[in-house]
Every structure is written in C-alpha cells, then in structure tokens.
Design a protein. Sequence first.
Length: 150
Amino acid sequence: MLGTLVRYLRFLGYDTRSATEIGPGGAEEDNLLLRLAVEEGRILLTRDRELARRGGILVPEDDVLDQVAALARAGLVEPVLRLDRCSRCNTPLRPATRKEADTAPFVAGRDETRFLWCPACRRLYWSGSHVDRLTERLDRVARMVHHSRR
Ligand SMILES: [Zn+2]
C-alpha cells in the first residue's frame, strides 16, 4: 500500500524493501516483517495501526509528498534526490556504458547527461524532465518541512 513511497525512498537513496516483494500476506506477514526489520536493521513503515503499535512507524498520510514530509520532520529521511538506486528493484545504480546509454530514446543534451544503469533489471536512468519534476516535488517537501519547524 506504500508502493509510491517505496519508489520515492529509493530515489532519495534509501535502501528500501517493499512488503509486497516479501510477504506471504495475512497474519504471518506481520510477524515476518517485524522480524526482518530487526534482523536487517530496518525501520518498518506501515499504514496498519496494529503493526505500528508492535514495532513500526505509522504512515497515515495519503499523499506521497505528505508522507515524505512527515518522515523528514521525524528526522528519518532527507528530502534530497540522490538517484543512485533503482526505484523498481532497490539495486544500486552504476554509470551506464556507452552501449547501454545508447538504448535511451532521444535525449536532449545527450553528451552532458549522466546515464545510470540498473544491472539487475537492466533499466536505464538519466536526468531529464522526469527528474526535474521529481526535484521540484522534493523542493516542495523541503519547504513544507522548513515551514513547519518555524
Ligand atoms: Zn532495477
């Protein structure tokens, strides 16, 4: 249920596992998630009040920017785009080879653009309008956090 937040946290560079990629579902899943969080030193984010009570952090906000802002206010994340981790599978990105970068559709300013590659799902990332939009949204989050501190 926090799929969008998972993607955002990965864009921010945080090593993030998604419950939908782990869980068997049902009551078993809560125990498994709580155990994994301890074993792997992770913070468990959840929309489930009962699970939050047992050792997670409740994320009641519906909008992903509100969610990121709440986590930033709690001092858990810094709302800064790092783009060093695959948003789809969490694998650290590496600079793309020329050949990998050439799989991109037309990219303006191609020679100056930094192309990154996910070796696990063979996905290419580059700074472009979608990254600009993401940066704008995160700037908005940073302002939300800043204002609430005053
Ligand atoms: Zn990937």
